[in-house]
Design a protein around this ligand. Structure first.
Ligand code: PGA
Length: 242
């Protein structure tokens, strides 16, 4: 596990974007998993800016959504897929053939989880997973209790996630109680992982993630054991580290 601390949110976002740009320079097919939430918004803005400046060629990259809400249509502006589309795929004109996402409207969602994971395996696994940290230490929707072997699956959202999710939905929109997520197993098999966190509110969970025991109670702590994992933090999120 590696640790990179940046002075502010802007430089943190640029560093996350640069990890993607570096992979794109290889000019060979790579598979990257993308998160949603508040944390990656600056990264998407940096990617769009670099693309508009002609400094990014995404044509060899296959993109995979990290997780998705269940019970809302994929076309909803609240779906993870639509958020990434709006912030990144659309402004950069990413080829639809390169975009992979959960069909969260599938009748058999267990089969859908297996199908989506099998695509990643068939394509050679993830080269880079960019993930955030939930206030409860979740990764994607690998909620507390998720082992390092947790498969890609349907999951009940944790109480703390439901509270955290309020900021993503309008007051009149019910907060989904279930999600579908890439499993810890697939994420831990990614060659590289960037675990990104910013702001003071993440300082405690970041401390547990890095200095605490590796534990299913704090799923993000499993990345301590991954040589290719980098915790990418701003000084506020890193403020409680030793
Ligand atoms: P946030 O969510 O970026 O909105 O803080 C992170 C997460 O839950 O993974």
């Amino acid at each position: 596990m590696n640790l990179v601390i940046k002075s502010d949110y802007e430089s943190l976002s640029l560093a996350a974007a640069q990890a993607i740009i570096e992979l794109s320079k290889q000019k060979k097919e790579v598979n990257i998993c993308l998160p949603t939430g508040t944390t990656p918004k600056g990264m998407y803005k940096a990617l769009v800016d670099l693309h508009q400046a002609g400094q990014a060629d995404f044509s060899f990259i296959n993109w995979f959504t990290l997780d998705e809400y269940l019970g809302i249509p994929l076309s909803s502006p609240f779906s993870c897929y639509q958020q990434i589309t709006e912030l990144f795929y659309e402004p950069t004109g990413i080829n639809k053939d390169r975009i992979f996402t959960f069909n969260s409207e599938a009748k058999d969602l267990d089969a859908e989880a297996a199908r989506y994971n099998a695509i990643i395996e068939h394509m050679g696994g993830l080269d880079l997973a960019i993930v955030g940290i939930g206030m409860n230490g979740h990764v994607g929707f690998n909620e507390p209790g998720s082992s390092a072997n947790a498969p890609t699956r349907v999951i009940d959202l944790h109480e703390r996630t439901l509270v955290q999710s309020k900021k993503y939905f309008t007051d009149d929109h019910p907060i989904p109680t279930k999600g579908i997520t890439l499993g810890m197993k697939t994420l831990l098999q990614s060659k590289e992982v960037f675990v990104v966190a910013n702001g003071e509110e993440k300082a405690d969970i970041v401390k547990f993630a890095i200095h605490g025991p590796v534990s299913d109670d704090v799923p993000v702590s499993h990345f301590q054991t991954h040589a290719g994992a980098t915790f990418l933090l701003d000084t506020l999120a890193a403020s409680k580290l030793k």
